[in-house]
Design a protein around this ligand. Structure first.
Ligand code: ADP
Ligand code: MG
Ligand code: ZN
Length: 623
């Protein structure tokens, strides 16, 4: 079989996605490869397809048990013999799997990195024909990354012990330069073919909101998105508990996840979400690594996360199947304070020496600042993120809140001049809140204590609403008229461009939203009516069919004890609804239906569609 046949036969797809072919071809030529592709772009196929075409065994190194389980289940569902070797197996199961492996049963074996050094595994590996070692989530080798796993450092030792060096392939979604260089160096990739595909996830709608009442906003969103799965990220365990409880009380299907729960409960809750038994997952950032669930339709950040890296990784779990998804961040000033506290009290830094710790803390404050600017900017949000990762695109994506909001240019020179003046006369010693209170003329103990009531600008902007002052303040930071120190105190100081306004009579123009409630509202409503399939279905009949296919999928998933999306993805079901196949060849034309899956479930889905069509016909006649 050639690679196109493998793609169609086992995975049911007709075409490769960007980057996949290049990487597959290179591996087949015996080259090392390095794929840097965003979450959901299809990295797995880049090693799975060559694994099925090469003689010998491909070992896949993966950091998490849940990831391995999921991928092996998906392969088994596609009719491919694959196994995993990790600590979730009993001793008996482990030796049995090794025995099968020795007999050449598995072209693909997933291995936890710590197994690589174990005697029994080495004994197997040294006598088997290992054609490739594929390192998934390769950023785990780097201490620069967020998910450093010391066991990943064992990979190279292992490879060097093998009698013949296999092809080594590495894959990650993390694109920062340091991490990238680390991966090539530490894994000792030999002249690898490197593929970096765009970091963009065009199907994700990005938005920032500053709701007065976050919970109301969340409930509202969930209500207008019935039947959809979503993740709600909170900064603290306490908040996870609170939000989860309130959603429960309001009748939503919801579960929770954070590091304070027992292992067993965490596993249970995660499974409930993955197996579609609960629709909403409320969690801290402890949740998500290794979640391959493809039909998460929204990710809501109840709080602003600590960095763009973390944020992008978290929203990366939205709509992995390429259907439209929504990513909303609820910003409040308190989020900055909470994150600063986390940075200054980070227990992970305890073992570092003073000097290194200082650098790490500074770097984290800097990252937080960039994250905060994301919440302030009136420019394209997608462009902001992509630039952060070093990718330059146009400043208009058409699928983020700023691109669809109508703005007008407002002259804010007067406000700017007074804010800058206040910072200067306060001798650059205060944070943003004190500056704003001062110009607004607040009569508080703090202001009196700092004697800011004697500042010449005290009360000079008493007529402006506080939110407006904050907006302008943010804009001044964003445009380098002001800077904020990254030492954890967030002192506001004059920036590089302050003199333009204070001395050179420059004007400050700012983009401000025209209406308070922009076009999203309409969009949300339309989507809600479109129901579960993310508005991709045309008409009520298709929606009813989709529901029916979804029930069938659920039934099969229960029988097979796998998550529903491993049977067929939402995207495949949507496609089925539009094709309405009547026979095998039409069914094989549906994206995501391969020979093997057709053999297993094809008849049941065809029957389901046939019955549905018949009922529809009857209904039409009786009308
Ligand atoms: P990654 O590891 O890059 O995050 P995955 O390998 O988990 O992404 O793939 C994400 C989804 O994309 C899966 O549901 C997968 O089946 C699907 N996919 C991968 N390649 C293709 C393709 N060529 N055509 C259609 N869907 C694909
Ligand atoms: Mg992956
Ligand atoms: Zn945009």
């Amino acid at each position: 079989m050639d690679k196109y046949e493998v793609l169609k036969q086992y995975f049911g797809y007709d075409t490769f996605r960007e980057g996949q072919e290049t990487l597959i071809d290179a591996v087949l030529e015996g080259r090392d490869v390095f794929g840097i592709m965003p979450t959901g772009s299809g990295k797995s196929l880049c090693f799975q397809i060559p694994a099925l075409m090469m003689k010998g065994i491909t070992l896949v190194i993966s950091p998490l048990i849940s990831l391995m389980k999921d991928q092996v289940a998906a392969l088994n569902q596609a009719g491919i013999h694959a196994a995993y070797l990790n600590s979730s197996l009993t001793v008996n199961q482990y030796y049995k799997a090794l025995e099968f492996a020795k007999n050449g049963r598995y072209p693909i074996i997933y291995v936890a990195p710590e197994r690589l050094a174990s005697e029994s595994f080495l004994d197997f590996a040294l006598h088997a024909e290992i054609s490739m070692v594929a390192v998934d989530e390769a950023h785990c080798v780097s201490q620069w990354g967020q998910d450093f796993r010391p066991n990943y450092l064992k990979i190279v030792d292992f490879i060097q012990k093998l009698p013949r060096r296999p092809v080594v392939s590495a894959f990650t979604a993390t694109a920062t330069k340091e991490v990238r260089e680390d991966i090539v160096d530490i894994l000792m990739l030999q002249d690898p073919v490197v593929v970096t595909t765009g970091y963009d996830r065009p199907n994700l709608f990005l938005s920032v909101q500053t709701p007065k009442n976050k919970y109301e906003a969340l409930r509202n969103f969930a209500e207008t998105h019935p039947g959809q799965c979503g993740i709600v990220y909170c900064l603290t365990r306490k908040l996870v508990e609170e939000v989860c409880e309130r959603l429960q009380a309001d009748g939503f299907s919801v579960t929770r996840y954070h590091a304070g729960l027992s292992d067993q409960e965490r596993r249970q809750n995660q499974d409930d979400f993955i197996y579609d038994k609960c629709q909403i997952m409320v969690a801290t950032n402890a949740f998500g690594m290794g979640i391959d669930k493809s039909n998460v339709r929204y990710v809501i950040h109840y709080n602003m996360p600590k960095s763009i890296e973390a944020f992008y990784q978290e929203i990366g779990r939205c709509s992995r199947d390429g259907e439209p998804g929504e990513c909303i961040l609820f910003y409040s000033g308190q989020d900055v304070v909470t994150n600063q506290w986390f940075i200054d009290n980070n227990q992970d830094n305890r073992e570092l020496d003073d000097f290194t710790r200082k650098i790490v803390v500074e770097r984290d404050h800097e990252r937080l600042k960039k994250m905060t600017y994301y919440c302030f900017t009136n420019e394209c949000l997608r462009d902001y993120i992509l630039r952060y990762f070093g990718e330059y695109t146009s400043n208009y994506c058409g699928n983020c809140i700023n691109c669809i909001t109508q703005f007008e240019n407002v002259d804010v020179t007067d406000i700017a001049r007074k804010l800058l003046g206040c910072v200067l006369t306060g001798r650059q010693r205060y944070g943003a809140a004190v500056i704003i209170d001062t110009v607004h003329g607040a009569n508080t103990a703090k202001i009196r204590q700092y004697r800011q009531d004697e500042n010449p600008f005290y009360g000079s902007l008493a007529k402006e609403p506080v939110y407006r002052l904050r907006q302008v303040m943010n804009h001044l930071q964003l445009q380098n008229y002001l800077t904020v120190t990254s030492d954890g105190y967030s002192i506001v100081k004059l920036g590089e461009r302050a003199a333009e306004v204070l001395e050179q009579g420059g004007t400050v123009i700012m983009k401000m939203a025209k209406e308070k409630e922009p076009a999203v509202k309409v969009k949300t409503k339309k989507k809600a009516a479109g129901g579960t399939a993310a508005g991709m279905l045309s008409g009520e009949a298709d929606e009813a069919l989709f529901e029916r296919l979804r029930m069938l999928r659920m039934e099969i998933a229960r029988e097979e004890k796998v998550p529903p999306y491993i049977v067929f993805s939402d995207k495949t079901l949507v496609h089925m609804c539009s094709v309405k196949p009547e026979n095998k060849s039409q069914m094989l034309g549906v994206s995501g239906v391969g020979e093997f899956k057709f053999g297993k479930y094809g008849a049941r889905f065809l029957e389901c569609i046939r019955v549905f069509q018949e009922e529809q016909g009857n209904r039409k006649e009786s009308e």
